[in-house]
Ligand binder design. Structure first.
Ligand code: 5GP
Length: 298
């Protein structure tokens, strides 16, 4: 015998409609947090004041993930530190969990927006194009100029695109502690981020963008945990291959090596706080800059 008799059709239709409406209402709440028209703290307070509301039925992970600067990795860490299980809904939290979540969200609300953003992503995804667009269109943002031991490409200017330095000079920078991070990229040349200009800019309240490789991004996370790590994604893998081959600045062996690196790099995307898809350069640049809450310059 079936212990749970099937409800009549009209009830099932009504229940399905109610479920769709509830899902839509929750999506609208998440959207408002993602678009910064509401704070996550306000959503939580509403959830606790109104037990049957859309806010109350939202999962805590969904609420945190909709905060623009929090990616899944960071959310998982926060949930762990708050000792709240993934399946918990905001309205279903006990008194102690509520007060922990409230303290966390109040802390965020009073906190400074992150001013250091690291832009990384697979080879040829267009990090350079996006950061060049930011340099042109958002002059308030300091774009860090890296030091490198590779030779300039046609059109590259020393001190603008890179500081082109000798191996000896790079060694000296490391020895003198001048680099925030450095790495050997594509098994060939060394690249590093000079620290003094970044410290000066942050101390003066400026926003700073670093466009570096994955190894560098990990090192910055260790040195400056407050940095937001952004992973730039291609619209599709095929598009990434097209962009890589299309650039035509490397020989076949180098292209193969870079494709292999790109595969490994793509696999690291979940370590990042935010993912931005590079469909359109100006759109991707805007998304990156918005993470730093810099007004759009005209
Ligand atoms: P390219 O030689 O094509 O300009 O850059 C090669 C790679 O080096 C890119 O993936 C770029 O993000 C990375 N890169 C540039 N500057 C730095 C840096 O200062 N540190 C690290 N770790 N990588 C960098």
């Amino acid at each position: 015998m079936n212990p749970r008799p099937t409800p009549p059709d009209v009830d099932r239709v009504a229940a399905a409609k109610a479920a769709v409406a509830a899902r839509r209402a929750r999506a609208a709440v998440k959207h408002s947090v993602a678009g910064r028209s509401r704070t996550a703290l306000d959503v939580a307070e509403t959830a606790w004041a109104q037990p049957g509301s859309a806010e109350a039925t939202l999962r805590v992970t969904e609420l945190l993930t909709s905060i623009p600067t929090l990616g899944p990795t960071r959310v998982a860490k926060i949930m762990n530190s708050l000792a709240i299980s993934d399946r918990k809904r905001v309205g279903g939290l006990g008194t102690r969990q509520r007060s922990k979540l409230r303290d966390y969200l109040v802390g965020r609300a009073g906190g400074e927006p992150a001013r250091l953003v690291v832009l990384a992503g697979p080879t040829a995804v267009g990090k350079g194009t996006v950061s060049a667009y930011i340099r042109e269109n958002y002059p308030d943002v300091l774009l860090s100029v890296s030091a490198t031991t590779r030779a300039p490409r046609p059109g590259e200017i020393d001190g603008v695109h890179y500081y082109f330095v000798s191996d000896e000079e790079f060694d000296r920078k490391i020895a003198d502690g001048e680099l925030l991070e450095w790495a050997i990229v594509h098994n060939s040349y060394r690249y590093g981020t000079p620290r003094p200009p970044i410290d000066t800019a942050l101390a003066a309240g400026r926003r700073v963008l670093l466009e570096i490789d994955l190894q560098g991004a990990r090192l910055v996370r260790q040195a400056m945990p407050e940095a937001i790590l952004v992973f730039l994604l291609p619209p599709t893998w095929d598009e990434l291959v097209r962009r890589l081959i299309g650039r035509g600045t490397e020989d076949a062996a180098e292209q193969t090596r870079r494709l292999e690196t790109a595969k490994v790099e793509l696999a690291a995307q979940d370590e990042f706080d935010v993912k931005v898809i590079n469909r359109d350069v100006s759109q991707a640049a805007q998304e990156v800059v918005e993470l730093m809450a810099v007004p759009v310059s005209t």
